[in-house]
Design a protein around this ligand. Structure first.
Ligand SMILES: Cc1ncc(COP(=O)(O)O)c(C=O)c1O
Length: 383
């Protein structure tokens, strides 16, 4: 049995989600745009899902648009804000996901000014810098695009503070909440956000399906031209089973959020303790004991003979995790996040990420395996 500790990459589908999706696949096949009964039945599934998602994040039904996931939602927020809302300046950070970073490069080529916030060695944003940038140019329509939690190191941003600053200086706010949706509570009726994104596969829903919340004061033109689906924002026949699966997964994630959080926190702290107890010079990346995403633990191992092969050796030992290094040589691409926080390129970073399916017994097994791979062990642990 393999041990899966790569839940920030994707999560296992919950049985209830499989059941919900299978039921749609087996029982319904109409096109939701058809006006006959088969079409209407499919339309009803989509609208029921929209209602659920909207309620879970404090939005109104008309503010939820289903997309193919986090990447599309983030592309849509940034590119439509530039095209349709007159945004000519975007404030972001160097630790954003590539789908945001590359979207920024794309609008930059169209003349949009992109300003990057300073981040510290834990990946924490410099909010004073944000205020300074907002204050310095009040005449240019500005979008602030900042992720809620970093997918590599788990550092969490203060959404309430960013929202307030955006409000004070008349900027739009896009939050990439792909890693935190279903793991943290959201209420867009209390915290003003213009765009927020979610991808089903990060909270035990299906891959390739997600949504974007677009505040109803924000009017955009279609992102994908077509038959006018998703209230004309995204043409193309909807992935109805995916949509039903996303709503089911989010509902269950929100319902069990506190229990799961407690369990995952326990597994994560136990892992940290075991690593510190058994190995020399273990460090953690990100704001690991401050404002952190509890599903992520980014571990920095000291250089050793086998450290470059750590991820591969873990994989061969039946453990799935993710890599990441500050340099860009070798087979693994360098991590722009580790580079941005100034991580030591000679050390080896492994991101372990958890779900409620993980256990302390699995942590014990991973630590045992690591003992056979990582040479820099504590003397008492070797004995
Ligand atoms: C922070 C963040 N944003 C966006 C994405 C992209 O989401 P998706 O895989 O649903 O396209 C990811 C996926 O890893 C992510 O971690």
């Amino acid at each position: 049995m393999r041990i899966y500790l790569d839940n920030a990459a994707t999560t296992a589908l919950r049985p209830e989600v499989i059941e919900t999706m299978t039921k749609v696949m087996q029982e319904q096949y109409g096109n939701p745009s058809s006006i006959h009964a088969d079409g209407r039945a499919m339309r009803a599934i989509i609208e029921e899902a929209r209602k659920k998602v909207a309620k879970l994040i404090g939005a109104s039904i008309g503010e939820i648009f289903f997309t193919s996931g986090g990447t599309e939602s983030n592309n849509m927020a940034i590119k439509c804000a530039v095209r349709d809302l007159g945004v000519r300046r975007i404030i972001s950070s160097p630790t954003e996901h590539h789908c945001v970073g590359h979207s920024l490069e794309s609008v930059e080529r169209q003349g949009v000014v992109v300003k990057m916030l300073r981040v510290d060695e834990r990946g924490r944003l410099d909010y004073e810098h944000l205020e300074e940038l907002l204050q310095n140019d009040l005449s240019t329509k500005t979008l602030v695009s900042l992720m809620h939690a970093n997918n590599e190191i788990g550092t969490v941003s203060d959404m309430a503070r960013i929202s307030q600053l955006c409000e004070n200086y008349g900027a739009l706010y896009h939050a990439d909440t792909v890693q935190t949706m279903g793991h943290f509570p959201f209420d867009v009726s209390k915290t003003k956000i213009h765009f927020l994104s979610g991808g089903g596969h990060k909270f035990h829903g299906p891959k390739g399906e997600g949504f974007i919340y677009i505040n109803n004061e924000t009017q955009l033109k279609p992102f994908i031209d077509g038959g006018g689906q998703e209230r004309n924002m995204r043409g193309g026949t909807e992935n109805v089973y995916g949509i039903a699966g996303v709503a089911c997964a989010l509902e269950l994630a929100c319902e069990h959020m506190e229990d799961y959080r407690q369990h995952i926190e326990e597994v994560r702290s136990y892992f940290m303790e075991q690593l510190l107890e058994n190995f020399e010079d273990i460090r953690f990346n990100g704001d690991y004991d401050g404002d952190y995403l509890y599903t992520i633990l980014s571990v920095s191992f000291p250089q050793s003979a086998k450290s470059d092969l750590l991820l591969l050796l873990l994989d061969m030992a039946g453990i799935s995790a993710s890599g990441g290094s500050a340099c860009s040589s070798g087979a693994e691409a360098g991590s722009h996040v580790l580079a941005a926080i100034g991580a030591d390129p000679s050390r080896k970073t492994i991101r372990f990420s958890f779900s409620h399916f993980n256990t302390k017994a699995e942590v014990d097994m991973v630590v045992e395996k690591l003992k056979t791979i990582v040479e820099v062990r504590k003397m008492e642990a070797v004995a």
